[in-house]
Design a binder for this molecule. Structure first.
Ligand SMILES: [Mg+2]
Length: 389
């Protein structure tokens, strides 16, 4: 195959040929952009967060992480762990601009780009635009270009599917490149903790532990019937993931993917008291989605416990909600699926619509359980629109 003449596989080849997926994840993205813009911040512990009693950390530089500071922890905790940290309020205009520049580098290599957030994307490079012979070389080149042109650091994972590529990009972080070849997938996955599976958060992980599943190998040893008994509809997906199988395509998507609103309560409240706020958020999301010509298929409820565990429940009804009341009713029904005792208190609730129907990509895309990563300060509602930029 000559490098001048790109090899375009016939569609049936495309479906069966092994894919080459790269997952790019920027390292400490918001904090790195701040450090790049302001030399005084370089090599110093930087925490990107709003000030406020109930504010949480949006990003922490690696210098701050050495003190145990992590994203999503309360800003007050970060201050206690690292009193010398420099706190910077987030500047999303700046981060979007940096994200756009990164996207331009991706576009030199492929048009099959699926952004997950401002600092993360899947690229399908099975066929690439530059003629580079391997996906590993594509990933290496992208990392070099991001470093040389944008002065930012990216980690990359290369694998035959999205699931493995995402785990791979995390493996050698920061400033890492890790490749999982198809024949290595099984042995690589087996010893990993189930928490490594994207989508398995603390809550799911502890539920899995309760039934004796702590590694991917434990998952592998359960048959489909057992997995479905324990994890419902998610059982099938877990059965495949434990085998390193993930058929989800990279879905290039420039239109809006989800819209969500969330609010942190002034004080933590029990689940039963969340209805008025759920109705208000549903109204906001409903009004926000009206400008979108297409309808969203999936309704999402997000909750954060007093202890900062995030829980999401989502439902794709046979037909999208046709009114704000219908949306609120679905979210309230999803609330019934949150299995916590009545003593559990919650600090945040979110309502979202996602999985907007896209005509040109009439295929099933994985429903993201993550809504727009928007953090609201105490008492203010933030409306987030996640777009494929
Ligand atoms: Mg990142």
């Amino acid at each position: 195959m000559s490098s001048q003449m790109p090899f375009i596989p016939r569609s049936e080849d495309r479906a069966s040929a092994p894919r080459k997926i790269v997952h790019i994840d920027m390292d400490a993205f918001y904090a790195s952009v701040e450090q790049r813009e302001n030399p005084d911040l370089r090599n110093k512990p930087v925490v990107v967060a709003w000030r406020g009693n109930r504010s949480v950390v949006c990003a922490a530089s690696y210098e701050a992480r050495r003190f145990g500071v992590r994203s999503a922890m309360p800003a007050l905790t970060a201050e206690r762990l690292c009193p010398e940290a420099i706190f910077i309020p987030p500047d999303f205009v700046r981060y979007k601009e940096a994200s756009r520049a990164i996207r331009e580098i991706f576009e030199r290599h492929t048009d099959l780009i699926e952004p997950l957030s401002l600092d993360e994307a899947y690229l399908d490079v099975t066929v690439n635009k530059t003629g580079l012979p391997t996906a590993t070389l594509v990933a290496k080149t992208i990392r070099q270009q991001i470093r040389a042109e944008l002065n930012l650091i990216a980690s990359a994972g290369v694998a035959p599917n999205k699931f493995l590529a995402k785990i791979a990009s995390d493996w050698k972080k920061p400033d890492g490149l890790f490749v999982i070849q198809p024949h290595e997938a099984q042995s690589f996955l087996q010893p990993l903790a189930v928490g490594r599976i994207p989508g398995v958060g603390q809550v799911t992980e502890s539920r899995m532990k309760a039934v004796g599943v702590s590694t991917i190998s434990d998952l592998f040893n359960l048959d489909l019937v057992q997995l479905e008994a324990h994890f419902g509809r998610y059982g099938m997906r877990l059965h495949q993931l434990a085998r390193g199988i993930d058929h989800n395509p990279v879905v290039p998507n420039r239109a809006s993917k989800s819209i969500s609103a969330e609010d942190t309560f002034e004080r933590d409240i029990p689940l039963g008291d969340t209805e008025p706020l759920i109705r208000r958020l549903a109204e906001k999301v409903w009004n926000g989605s009206r400008g979108n010509a297409r309808s969203a298929k999936t309704v999402v409820l997000k909750l954060k416990t007093k202890e900062f565990a995030t829980i999401t429940r989502s439902l794709t009804p046979p037909a999208p909600p046709k009114s704000c009341d219908e949306l609120a009713a679905i979210v309230l029904a999803l609330r019934e699926r949150v299995e916590f005792g009545p003593q559990q208190l919650f600090r945040l609730v979110g309502v979202g619509l996602s999985n907007f129907q896209i005509e040109e990509a009439a295929r099933t895309s994985m429903v993201s359980d993550e809504m727009a990563a928007v953090v609201s300060d105490s008492g203010t509602t933030v409306l987030g629109v996640e777009v494929g930029h």
